[in-house]
Design a binder for this molecule. Sequence first.
Ligand code: OFO
Length: 174
Amino acid sequence: MALSKKMESALNEQIILEAYASFLYLSMASWCEQKTLDGCAEFMHRQSDEERMHMLKLFNYVNEVDGHALTPAVKQAPHEWPSVQNLFQQVFEHEQKVTKAINNLVDIALQEKDHSTSNFLQWYVDEQREEEALMRSILDRIKLIGDGPQSLYYIDKEVRAINTRAQQGPAGGK
Ligand code: OFO
């Protein structure tokens, strides 16, 4: 079944969102490097690469089903955050926004009776659940560590450990 115009344009919108996420996280990696938060920088680089993979997966799907995948115009991501705590809060909120967008895409696929796209999107539904859980667990750790004098050291150490686990575990092998 060919992709409807409505579905095609909604998937192209999602390509823009995933590309933005990739650049947003790359910008965050750069900010972390400036602050010598190397564990956080590694984490954000890996997230950035994952988002590029999410974008390409959509891109390839659109062309596979005879649509036209469009290279996105990406708006400028911010370069500064008031704190590493705020940075991770922003990541969590961005992932919540992406989850809403994915759910909306599934709704469109169902309205269009496009079962192939609905099926394809289930991978993203699972991915978003995992991503939100991961970000929530980082925010919980950050809260536990608090903002004492050595908190940045411990946050960075913790995020590095979470990143290593994400690389090795089932959620990291995506
Ligand atoms: Fe692709 O938005 Fe996060 O995972």
